[in-house]
Design a protein around this ligand. Structure first.
Ligand code: SF4
Ligand code: SF4
Length: 521
């Protein structure tokens, strides 16, 4: 199946820390973005290919890289601090799924950080300028740039290592800074930068135009009516709806994502909430975060604000997704706020799971968990939710609420081992802008710790399915899980489970009321 060795699972619930094998993943970076994709994102595009058909760096790349590093450490105090304070205690070394899966020591978080830190020391510290060998400072060379490109694209920015670092050093932030520098010297990742370009041009990562989206949603309405007999609506661009739903575009057609979208629609229908999607902001995932670009993250976020204003909604709700929610929860208000024109009785924005859990607690949804009795569930906490945000209004709500909802709609649920869930959760192996086929080996190997934990509960508790909320986790797992002897359909969306269990009673969906939007002038 693969032309590399897929890690073996032992099934005993322990993630074995492997020995070190140097350079196993050297030169395994993703495809490089062409100048036209760089230009669309505001990055320099004055570079081409050499006589061997390899992409060159931009002219004067060294100065430009150092200027960018200087700019970023000035802009982000945290980056400067992280570059200065590592004491090389080693607590993070065995915490990264990519190190565990690949054995490459440069995938140890501290070694990954050091790729940038050594250059920072050489050019921006007294000791590094005058006694470089004493402090491990190195010159910025093309070889260093190659290592940056390869190994900063072997970090899914999951932040697991930061949980175990006594100083809280966030490797994800260093990795974002490195990618931003790389983008400024002609080393952008094709996958990420093409996707961001599509959002600017069309509105979503997939490049799905408004008409195609409308057709897709109409098809879903027909499917749900055939299945349930109820006319559940999937509205698009409806002015005056109460809720604007921002969801990753994978929800429109990928499996099992679309089953989650069907679940949201059923919840809104039964709860009598009018809602709409937007063709202008038809993407929840903000890849500007992955490439570390404040400017791109800002532009993508503004589309959500524009859609909310145009559609005169009262609330913004994010669908199931991890990376979308990280930007939504942590940054949306700063990037595109204030959202004082929305109903302040609701969180801005609010996660769909928070909406559903609130409705369940208020007795607004009738549920029959027996509808999911053909499954024994476990839950994968997505990194960006687990370590970057909450879902409700108290610490740990991001762990409780998904489990509360699953337990309300399923009779059989078991957690994976404690050191692999909640804030110690392992990344799916495809996060942080690495969900591309050119990184398949990394993705398969990086999934190993999660697969190990899944295998354990499969053996111990008879778990048959793993629910998750992040669009990237869903896509990554369905792709890599067969390498470990599981099948794609063992991955499910949480709202897929909700949709299965929901007892449908309401004959007609509540419609948007464009002429009399409540609560506004
Ligand atoms: S942020 Fe995640 S992927 Fe990156 S080094 Fe830390 S543990 Fe590894
Ligand atoms: S745990 Fe923190 S301080 Fe220790 S080596 Fe890793 S990054 Fe440095």
């Amino acid at each position: 199946m693969a032309d590399y060795e897929v890690p073996k699972l032992n099934g005993d619930g322990y993630v074995e820390i492997p020995g070190v094998v140097r350079d196993t993943m050297k030169g395994s970076g993703p495809f490089i973005a062409k100048p036209e994709f760089q230009e669309a994102l505001g990055f320099p595009a004055d570079f081409g290919k050499d006589e061997n058909d390899n992409w060159e760096l931009v002219p004067d790349w060294k100065n430009r890289a150092l200027e960018k590093l200087d700019d970023l450490r000035g802009r982000y105090r945290s980056l400067q601090v992280y570059l200065d304070i590592c004491v090389k205690c080693g607590a993070c070394t065995d915490k990264c799924h990519y190190f565990i899966g690949t054995q490459d020591p440069k995938n140890m978080p501290v070694a990954r950080q050091d790729l940038l830190r050594k250059v920072y020391r050489r050019y921006f510290t007294f000791a590094g300028k005058y006694f470089p060998r004493l402090v491990g400072a190195v010159d910025l060379t093309e070889e260093v740039v190659d290592d940056w490109y390869n190994y900063y694209h072997q970090c899914s920015q999951c932040r697991r290592c930061s949980v175990f670092c006594p100083y809280g050093i966030d490797t994800a932030e260093i990795s974002m800074a490195a990618r931003e520098i790389l983008d400024h010297i002609g080393r952008g990742s094709k996958y990420n930068n093409e996707i961001i370009g599509k959002v600017f041009k069309i509105g979503n990562n997939l490049g799905l135009p408004g008409l195609a989206l409308k057709d897709t949603l109409e098809g879903l309405e027909e499917d749900v009516e055939d299945e349930t007999g109820f006319k559940v609506r999937f509205p698009l661009d409806e002015v005056g709806a109460d809720v604007l739903l921002i969801t990753p575009s994978a929800d429109f057609f990928a499996e099992p994502h679309v089953d989650g979208l069907i679940g949201y629609a059923k919840v809104f229908h039964e709860a009598g909430i009018s809602w709409t999607l937007s063709s202008h902001a038809s993407e929840g995932a903000n890849f500007g975060m992955f490439v570390g670009s404040y400017e791109n993250m800002h532009s993508i976020s503004l589309r959500i604000r524009e859609a909310a204003e145009q559609l005169k909604v009262k609330r913004i709700v994010f669908g199931e997704c991890g990376h979308a929610w990280r930007v939504g929860y942590s940054f949306l208000n700063t990037l595109a706020g204030p959202f004082d024109f929305l109903d302040q009785n609701y969180p801005v924005p609010q996660h769909m799971l928070d909406v559903t859990w609130g409705l369940i607690q208020d007795g607004k949804l009738e549920l029959n968990p027996a509808e999911n009795d053909d499954m024994v569930l476990t839950f994968h906490d997505s990194c960006n939710v687990a370590r970057g945000s909450r879902i409700g209004d108290y610490p740990g709500s991001q762990f409780d609420i998904p489990r509360n909802v699953i337990k309300a709609v399923c009779n059989h649920f078991y957690d994976m081992p404690q050191d692999t869930i909640h804030d110690a959760t392992y990344c799916c192996g495809g996060g942080g802008g690495l969900l591309t086929d050119d990184l398949m080996e990394l993705r398969v190997k990086g999934a190993q710790p999660r697969m190990e934990a899944l295998k354990y509960v499969t053996g111990q508790e008879g778990v048959t399915h793993m629910a998750t909320i992040c669009a990237i986790c869903k896509s990554q797992f369905t792709k890599v899980i067969p390498y470990y002897g599981f099948s794609m359909d063992q991955i499910v969306s949480v709202h897929q489970l909700v949709g299965n269990a929901l007892v449908m009673k309401r004959e007609v969906s509540v419609q948007a009321r464009p002429d009399e939007p409540e609560g506004r002038e």
